[in-house]
Write a protein that binds this ligand. Structure first.
Ligand SMILES: C[S@@+](CC[C@H](N)C(=O)[O-])C[C@H]1O[C@@H](n2cnc3c(N)ncnc32)[C@H](O)[C@@H]1O
Length: 314
């Protein structure tokens, strides 16, 4: 499943095949695995647990529920699943991913946290599990990497028990992606002045060969950005009912992208801790504004992330 030779879609004449998309995802996520938690500020304490339970409850329409057997798709290093187990939402946890590197980090973290996690390296649309063996199939930031969404939703339906739920959070929205370009471009324009104020040197033009390869691959691993309609159609097509799509993060994501773009323009060691704290706490404060003010009022399509939940008929 993995490939030692990096695939560069830019150099290909034809659009990438399903197999090529999978191979690039394995390569990119294997490279990213060891520093993934640090890069995304992933937390397994109270903060991480409240983030994931909040997202899952939002996807499920406010009611979190409790599940005996949970299957995670594209579990990565375990951000969502390990936190759900710690929060007592899931009893028995099975983590799947196409990247052995990501699952290796997950297994180590699970051991450190004293959590039992069964890990299986597999493609989302070919799940090696018995029919009707899980109460919830869930994931975070994974559907947009899957070349065969209809095949994957058919598998989620097959492995769920009747009445079981499917819930995915953190999927990029089509309009959200476009909106994020505005703060990114604005930040890039003001970045020289920002660096001058903070006395930060510009970021080096090229990193290590692994960093350059990771950057190259990052541009091709995302194969979808969804509207609520284009996301829901796969769940309905597989036979799920009560399909609901919600939106999440608008002000927080605009603020976050502006800050990340500024930070990326400077040498990491020159960005002061005080700035990082401001960026982090500002982001959390704006998440609260999104939740309280914007999410209940604006259409899901406008938000940066989409969440989908549905139920297998009884
Ligand atoms: C953006 S990461 C998210 C990881 C984790 N869910 C999180 O939120 O931190 C996407 C994950 O999906 C996995 N993935 C990509 N394509 C996949 C596929 N076809 N089948 C299963 N997993 C896949 C990647 O290896 C990666 O771990």
């Amino acid at each position: 499943m993995s490939t030692a030779v990096p695939i560069r879609f830019a150099a290909m004449a034809a659009p990438p095949t399903t197999e090529e998309i999978r191979e690039v995802n394995v390569r990119y996520h294997d490279l990213a695995a060891e520093h993934y938690d640090a890069k995304w500020g992933i937390d397994y304490g109270e903060l991480g647990q409240s983030q994931v339970t909040g997202k899952l409850a939002k996807a499920l329409g406010g009611r979190l529920g409790h599940y005996e057997a949970g299957l995670e798709i594209g579990a990565g290093t375990g951000y969502f699943g390990l936190n759900l187990v710690r929060a007592g939402v899931i009893d028995s946890y099975t983590a799947t991913d196409i990247s052995p590197g990501m699952l290796g980090v997950l297994a180590k973290t699970a051991e450190t946290l004293g959590i039992e996690a069964a890990t299986t390296c597999t493609e989302a649309s070919e799940l090696p599990f018995e029919d009707e063996s899980f109460d919830i199939v869930f994931g975070h930031a994974v559907l947009h990497h899957l070349p065969d969404l209809d095949g994957a939703f058919a598998e989620f339906m097959r492995v769920l028990r009747p009445g079981g739920v499917v819930a995915f959070c953190g999927e990029p929205s089509h309009y959200g992606d476009r909106l994020a370009e505005i703060p990114k471009r604005a930040a890039w324009r003001v970045s020289p002045a920002w660096r001058a104020v903070l006395r930060a040197r510009p970021a080096p033009l090229a990193g290590s060969s692994e960093e350059v390869e990771e950057d190259d691959l990052e541009r091709v691993v995302d194969v979808h950005a969804f509207t609520p309609g284009t996301l829901a159609v796969h769940a309905r097509g597989a036979g799920f009912e009560d399909v609901r799509v919600r939106g999440e993060e608008l002000a927080a994501s605009l603020f976050g992208w502006a800050n990340r773009s500024l930070e990326a323009s400077a040498r990491a060691e020159d960005v002061p801790m005080l700035w990082r704290k401001y960026a982090y706490h500002g982001y959390l404060a704006l998440q609260r504004v999104d939740r309280a003010v914007l999410e209940p009022r604006l259409p899901a399509a406008l938000f940066y992330n989409l969440l989908i939940a549905a139920r297998k008929p009884v």
